[in-house]
Design a protein around this ligand. Structure first.
Ligand code: SAM
Length: 305
């Protein structure tokens, strides 16, 4: 998620009854939602291909002090669940910012992402395989991922680009399907507060705050192709409904993460601030009410035996 440029109105995502979709018998990914999702998918391609001017590789590596905070914490939370040499699938892995350090430490990693340019850049690491694909169907041609193939699956990105609960559950269930019994699925969301606290509030019309905070509905006329903002409880519930057990939702960056979005990585105070923020993030990662103060939350669950 980028902190700037997240302002504007809401168009296709508001109309078609998503708010009323669940339980009405109308399948969430039918009609207006499918059209809405296709438009979102096209924006994902535009955004992450770099044609929009956005460089996803820089997000965690050079853009701000928030990057290392998110990267270090995410790696810590994932590695706590991995045995040496574990087989890991990184879905929505972009240019390999998480896959590369895992592969460097001996994990057997496969990266999947729908944006070919990112997959090509990821493959340049030469230490893990990278393929073009979509979280909603890991058995698609060119991927053909079978049941129980992996010890762990990372879904660090796709869910906040999928507008309907149906599609998010589809991605979560696919992740669970290709994970062995007893294995781990880690699925990330962008929090509703993040959209506001992360430097967006001054760009949003107050009328957009309510749909964001109550429904997780991002404005659509912004550069970042956001489809849904979660709260921690909601993400945990989706992970559980997808069949994961012992689900724990962590705030990744902690309560100080948003402030670090405004600190340049080469600022003299950055290392000390990152350390301080890490201390807070580690201490409060599951403290009730605190995870929603992070920019990202991650639900970590076990595939039932
Ligand atoms: C913000 S990036 C996160 C990259 C990396 N996983 C990380 O945590 O830094 C979100 C990624 O999700 C990918 N993505 C979007 N929709 C997806 C989908 N339906 N299936 C798989 N990946 C998707 C995007 O292409 C992008 O690379």
């Amino acid at each position: 998620m980028e902190s700037s440029g997240q302002g504007g109105g809401q168009s296709d995502q508001q109309g078609g009854g998503r708010v009323t979709g669940s339980g009405t018998g109308q399948h969430e990914s039918d009609g207006p939602h499918r059209a809405g999702q296709s438009a979102l998918d096209a924006r994902v391609q535009e955004y992450y291909s770099g044609r929009s001017g956005w460089d996803e590789h820089a997000r965690l590596t050079s853009r701000s002090a928030q990057g290392p905070l998110e990267h270090i914490r995410t790696q810590e939370l994932i590695r706590q669940r991995l045995a040496p040499g574990a087989r890991v699938l990184d879905v929505g892995g972009a240019t390999g910012v998480h896959a590369a350090p895992l592969a460097a430490d001996g994990y057997d990693v496969l990266l999947v992402d729908p944006v070919a340019g990112q997959v090509a850049r990821a493959a340049e690491h030469g230490t893990f395989e990278a393929r073009v694909g979509d979280a909603r169907d890991l058995s698609a041609v060119g991927l053909d991922l079978g049941d129980d193939e992996f010890d762990a699956v990372l879904l660090l990105g796709p869910l906040y680009h999928l507008a309907t609960r149906d599609d998010r559950l589809r991605a979560l269930r696919e992740a669970a399907r290709v994970t062995r019994p007893g294995g781990t699925v880690a699925a990330a969301g962008i929090t509703r507060l993040a959209a506001l606290v992360g430097g967006g509030y001054e760009l949003f019309e107050p009328s957009t705050w309510q749909p964001i905070l109550q429904l997780g509905l991002p404005p659509t006329d912004i550069r970042f192709p956001a489809a849904h903002f979660h709260d921690a409880a909601e993400l945990g519930a989706e992970a559980a409904e997808a069949g994961l057990s012992d689900v724990v939702v962590h705030g990744i960056e902690g309560p100080a993460g948003a402030a670090l979005e405004r600190i340049a990585l080469d600022a003299p105070e950055a290392p000390a601030l990152i350390d301080a923020a890490l201390t807070l993030a580690r201490a409060l990662s599951t403290t009730p009410g605190v995870p929603d103060m992070s920019q990202h939350v991650v639900a970590i669950g076990t595939v039932a035996p």
